[in-house]
Design a binder for this molecule. Structure first.
Ligand SMILES: Nc1nc2c(ncn2[C@@H]2O[C@H](COP(=O)(O)OP(=O)(O)OP(=O)(O)O)[C@@H](O)[C@H]2O)c(=O)[nH]1
Ligand SMILES: [Mg+2]
Length: 636
């Protein structure tokens, strides 16, 4: 495959019977109609394709039907085209689908085109000139203003050379596609080829695809393997953005793939049923009410959607507004994708627009920041958008929140995040995997943590600090573990808190016990130390002390937190020295009498009663010093 050729997709547009398919045949030698019914009725029903290589350009033609009943097929083919070949018959001039197709091209953001006045063999020169004037007027102020208008005849071949030249000239002005983006191919056909299996076709709108690649079928989220790739009817090693592409897939039946599905780089796109968008209503359309139902078309997909207007109760003809499209079925779109809406019934094209947030949230009255957020998505730089996303996402943003929304490459996200971190507006909570949080939110969390530590000290003057888990729980589930860790780290770095083992405390807070309390602490420790494994009950120990019970309890807590004492079961507490002797005791037993030990042997070994033996053995199981098998333990 030579890379010097530029790939350009040309889509036809125009009223039924105006000669679109004939013109494609005259240009390429291929008649694009392929269905039996199309041949019989002499009209185009579904999309047809043809290819032409000349003048350094590889043209892929998508021929669409003009019949008003098949506009939805036309829509599937028109998204992704670079150039429109806008066809108007000289003997009929502008007709309803001339207008509708024109509106669709404009709403889909088609930037360039060539106008062909065809069937000129059927009219005299003056009539053809009149149609030209009419067309010049018609395209004024649109993307087609100033586009070449050529008089041709598919029948006689008149003007075809000039048309080819004009197409080549326009093709030259088209920007090169960026193949360095994630692979995405909206599927417009799926069929089986004998000996190959499932083949899907579509306009490759971004990235590239090669045999052997793993791709994801969406919205099904199925991983599939690419067996082979064709462009322009020829097998190639790799297809690039901007080419009509056929992909041979293994691992799926062709009937399981439908028009409107997408194959893409795995994990980079997400399905959705809520899209926030800029919606434009055609001047020719009736007004659109909040909650109106519409037909929705994006890429090769179509569905039914409810329109929720964000700022107003109704949208007037010619106006635009921010709106949410709530879809009945999953679609796969990215920020910046164009879409078309058609009135529910009778079905006519009424508007369209641009996707701003493909993974939109349910609209709520509380959400006052949405309009501003969408305006940033519409006009902002990458940094501004990333920051706005972070501001609205209190849980933090990962790659999987950013990439399927914006379509940015990972290094682009990383670079923008670094810039924002340097500017102090975003906190990189974790670099790998990426987790971003707005700096303001991060500071708020740190502040809350600090406040919680302070309150804990006030409420528990006898305790060293708050256990990590307790602190974590106090700020709720809306903070991820990574964020908690990072915030704690930040507070530690600033010397606002000190982490001491499992405890978090303010620096300089030492618990000072009264001499009386000190003595009680010693007495408790002594009581357990002396008892060895035959420990007294907690109550027994505490009631013997000279201080009141509540304070005695606190002192006991201190000893537990200091790990001088260890709670083995709700009722039983042991001194760490007593427990510390157990491993060597068990190992000696293992050496002399084997690895298995029953409860009686354990009682004998430790000199304790069953009351202590059972909880102790369970503790040893938890500590992985022993493992229970039936009535016995295996010493590990
Ligand atoms: N005389 C004359 N007839 C033409 C010319 N181009 C097309 N036709 C005829 O016009 C009829 C319609 O042509 P198509 O090419 O099928 O028109 P189309 O725009 O593709 O129609 P749809 O796809 O159904 O919208 C056919 O009978 C063609 O033979 C032309 O330049 N001159
Ligand atoms: Mg046709």
């Amino acid at each position: 495959m030579s890379n010097s050729l530029k790939s350009v997709i040309v889509g036809t547009a125009g009223h039924i019977d105006h000669g679109k398919s004939s013109l494609i045949e005259a240009l390429t030698g291929t008649h694009p109609d392929r269905l039996e019914e199309e041949k019989r009725r002499g009209i185009t029903i579904d999309l047809g394709f043809a290819f032409l290589e000349e003048g350094g350009v590889r043209f892929g033609f998508v021929d669409v039907p003009g019949h008003e009943r098949f506009v939805k097929n036309m829509l599937a083919g028109t998204s992704g085209i670079d150039l429109v070949l806008f066809v108007v018959a000289a003997d009929e001039a502008i007709k309803p689908q001339t207008r509708e197709h024109f509106d669709i091209c404009r709403l889909l953001g088609v930037k360039r085109g060539v106008v062909a006045i065809t069937k000129t063999d059927l009219v005299d020169r003056e009539s053809a000139d009149l149609v030209r004037l009419e067309l010049e007027e018609f395209v004024k102020g649109s993307f087609l203003e100033g586009a070449p208008i050529l008089a041709v005849s598919a029948k006689t071949g008149d003007g075809l050379e000039a048309l080819r030249l004009a197409l080549r000239e326009e093709a030259r002005k088209i920007e090169e596609k960026q193949t360095g983006r994630y692979f995405r191919l909206p599927i417009d056909r799926s069929f089986a080829v004998k000996g190959f299996g499932t083949v899907v076709t579509g306009t490759l709108i971004s990235g590239k695809v090669a045999a052997g690649d793993e791709v994801e079928l969406l919205p099904e989220r199925k991983l599939l393997r690419v067996r082979g790739v064709q462009t322009g009817g020829k097998t190639v090693e790799q297809a690039d953005a901007g080419q009509r592409t056929a992909v041979n897939l293994s691992g799926i039946e062709h009937t399981a793939v439908r028009r409107g599905m997408v194959i893409a780089a795995p994990g980079r796109l997400a399905k959705t049923r809520r899209i926030d968008a800029r919606l434009e209503l055609l001047a020719s359309a009736p007004k659109l009410r909040h909650r109106a139902r519409v037909h929705f078309h994006a890429g090769a997909a179509e569905g039914v959607a409810e329109v929720l207007l964000h700022e107003k109760a109704e949208l007037l003809p010619g106006e635009s507004a921010l709106a949410q499209l709530r879809l009945a079925d999953d679609v796969v779109v990215l920020r910046g994708d164009r879409f078309i809406v058609r009135q529910f019934s009778p079905v006519i094209t009424t508007g369209g627009g641009e996707v701003l947030d493909p993974l939109a949230r349910r609209p709520t009255r509380k959400d006052s920041g949405r309009v501003k957020f969408l305006e940033t998505l519409e006009r902002g730089s990458r940094e501004e958008i990333l920051r706005a996303m972070a501001d609205r996402n209190i849980l933090g943003l990962g790659m999987s929140d950013i990439v399927p929304r914006a379509g940015w490459m990972e290094p682009e996200v990383q670079a923008a995040a670094q810039d924002l971190a340097k500017a102090g507006t975003i906190r990189v909570v974790s670099a790998e995997p990426l987790l971003l949080l707005s700096e303001a939110l991060f500071q708020e969390i740190a502040k809350k943590l600090l406040a919680r530590v302070e309150v804990f000290h006030k409420e528990n003057p006898l305790l060293v600090g708050i256990p990590r888990e307790e602190l974590r729980a106090s700020i709720g589930k809306r903070v991820r573990a990574e964020t908690f860790r990072a915030a704690l780290e930040e507070l530690t770095k600033q010397n606002k808190v000190v982490a001491q083992g499992d405890l978090v405390k303010k620096p300089g807070t030492e618990i000072t016990l009264t001499p009386e309390e000190e003595r009680a602490k010693e007495q408790i420790e002594q009581a357990f130390a002396k008892a060895g494994l035959a420990v007294p009950s907690v109550k027994e120990v505490l009631t013997q002390l000279a201080i009141e019970n509540r304070r005695a309890e606190k002192i006991l807590q201190i000893l537990l937190r200091e790990k001088v004492l260890v709670r083995v079961s709700p009722e039983l507490i042991f001194h760490r020295d007593a427990l510390g002797r157990l491993p060597s005791l068990l190992q000696n037993y293992k050496k002399s009498r084997g690895e298995r030990i029953g409860v009686p042997a354990f009682k004998e070994l430790t000199g304790i009663t069953r009351k202590y033996a059972i909880p102790l053995l369970e503790y040893l199981d938890r500590q992985r010093l022993t493992r229970r098998t039936g009535d016995e333990r295996v010493i590990l």
